[in-house]
Design a binder for this molecule. Structure first.
Ligand code: TXA
Ligand code: MG
Length: 444
């Protein structure tokens, strides 16, 4: 297929004032999302995008609190197929359905007996605690279903979540249909956490990108299945295992996804987890937090391999002046990650990093980036070093991770060394899961 559309980026500011749930307290608090007539221009832009989503078979990119999604009317086959072709994504991988409120979700689940709620009780504590937010639950797909069969890729269940971004909620409400939306990256690339990332990947392939600034969470939602016993986490994400396990009925929840060390033993249950993912063009070398040799930075053997020519000899000829090395630092490494280098000077990142969350609070996802000469032991220049520090805090690391990988790709980096974090708890599990998928080499 030939794609040659003009891709427009539409800024939608004022997120905090776009809408709210009717009756903000009590058990029915998520029943209905209401768009408020305050931020007129923003609402008008969303109304037009909503109409477009209802009629067009070309998806619309929009921000959520996790990553940018590529949305389409989940009830029409034509529009859902539009997602697969814009992304270049295999169609055996089911899509997450996004709803703006419980009213819309119950509509999808069909009629029950009057005294019965269509939402299984196992999910009630999760919905109460984590929605709207970065949690996707699996529900039985009723027969007949309003969802286009392409959404579930032939499975008997569908994944659904209620995002917390007021922009996303208002867009869904104004479209008046649930939106199927995978992350808005080209298949296998890191997920987009800013509108520009979407443009970099999908320019000419879609017409509309709604720009709501940076995403606050930075990694995708946690996908859980409460229909099996014990309940299972199919993909780690914005909500950590211990938070889930603190909910009634979820105390014994198990991890049902594979990290690199376990891969190949059995087919993963979330079909999307089997593909190569999140990978920039550069080769990514991941240092696990447990790898003692890497406490202070890149090991001398990895460092000396940077000096090697194609034939394995080590001599710094002009051919290697072009070598560009990236470092992503988190909790352990100091500036330069132990590599021999000249002075490192601050650089600016070109992605918009300011945004507003669902409560109208400002936040920014800026990280530090430095640039300098990469040297060999004799003080000769081998190439360039780009050093990104995501910070110590796991939430900040998650926020900046995909952006950092993309930032280094744009600068034409050949190889990226990443300082891993202890991936056992909270959002760190999602960070390490994504990094292990992005990595060509893992030092453990
Ligand atoms: O945060 C997110 O979840 C983002 C934003 C846009 O909402 N979306 C996202 O979608 O990450 P996607 O399509 O890139 O990932 C969906 C994941 C895949 O791993 C897929 O296999 C799994 O959810 N999934 C969806 N429906 C499923 C189902 N019925 N059974 C098992 N896994 C399912
Ligand atoms: Mg994805």
């Amino acid at each position: 297929m030939v794609f040659a559309m003009e891709t427009r980026l539409i800024r939608v500011p004022d997120l905090g004032r776009l809408g709210q749930f009717r009756d903000s307290e009590g058990p029915s608090k998520l029943d209905e999302w209401c768009v408020l007539p305050v931020a007129k221009e923003a609402v008008e832009a969303l109304r037009k995008a909503g109409e477009y989503l209802r009629c067009s078979d070309i998806p619309v990119a929009f921000p959520t609190e996790t990553v940018y999604g590529l949305g389409a009317d989940a009830t029409r086959s034509g529009s859902v197929r539009g997602i697969y072709s814009a992304k270049g994504r295999p169609s055996d991988n089911p899509l997450i359905v996004h709803v703006c409120d419980l009213h819309m979700l119950r509509d999808l689940l069909g009629k029950q007996r009057d005294d019965e709620d269509a939402i299984p009780s196992i999910y009630k504590p999760l919905i109460e605690r984590f929605w709207p937010g970065p949690l996707t639950i699996l529900l039985p797909n009723p027969e007949p279903s309003r969802l286009a069969p392409e959404v579930t890729a032939g499975l008997k269940s569908f994944g659904v979540r209620m995002p917390s971004s007021p922009l996303a909620l208002s867009l869904i409400k104004l479209a008046d249909v649930p939106l199927a939306a995978p992350s808005a990256n080209a298949s296998t690339k890191p997920s987009p956490t800013a509108a520009q990332h979407v443009k970099d990947d999908l320019d000419g392939r879609i017409e509309l990108i709604l720009d709501g600034g940076s995403c606050q969470v930075g990694v995708e939602s946690t996908v859980v299945d409460g229909l099996c016993d014990p309940p299972a986490v199919l993909r780690p994400g914005g909500i950590g295992m211990e938070e889930l396990q603190s909910c009634p009925g979820w105390e014994n929840a198990v991890k049902a996804y594979k990290d690199h060390s376990e891969e190949g033993k059995a087919a993963p249950r979330a079909p999307g987890m089997k593909y190569k993912h999140y990978s920039p063009k550069a080769r990514v070398v991941l240092y696990e937090a447990s790898y003692q040799e890497g406490v202070d930075g890149v090991t001398s053997s990895d460092a000396s391999s940077l000096h090697a020519t194609q034939d394995g000899n080590t001599h710094p000829t002009n051919g290697f002046l072009k070598k560009k090395v990236g470092v992503i630092r988190t909790q352990r490494w100091k500036k330069g990650a132990g590599l021999k280098c000249g002075a490192l000077h601050p650089e600016t990142s070109d992605t918009n990093t300011h945004a507003q969350n669902g409560n109208g609070e400002q936040f920014d996802t800026t990280y530090e980036i430095f640039k300098g000469d990469l040297m060999n032991g004799n003080g000769e220049k081998l190439g360039e070093l780009f050093d990104i520090h995501l910070g110590q805090d796991t939430r900040r690391i998650a926020q900046g991770l995909f952006s950092a990988l993309r930032d280094l790709d744009r600068r034409g980096i050949d190889i990226i060394f990443v300082d891993g974090i202890d991936g056992e708890v909270d959002i760190a599990a999602a960070v390490m899961n994504r990094l292990r998928k992005a990595a060509s080499d893992i030092r453990a």
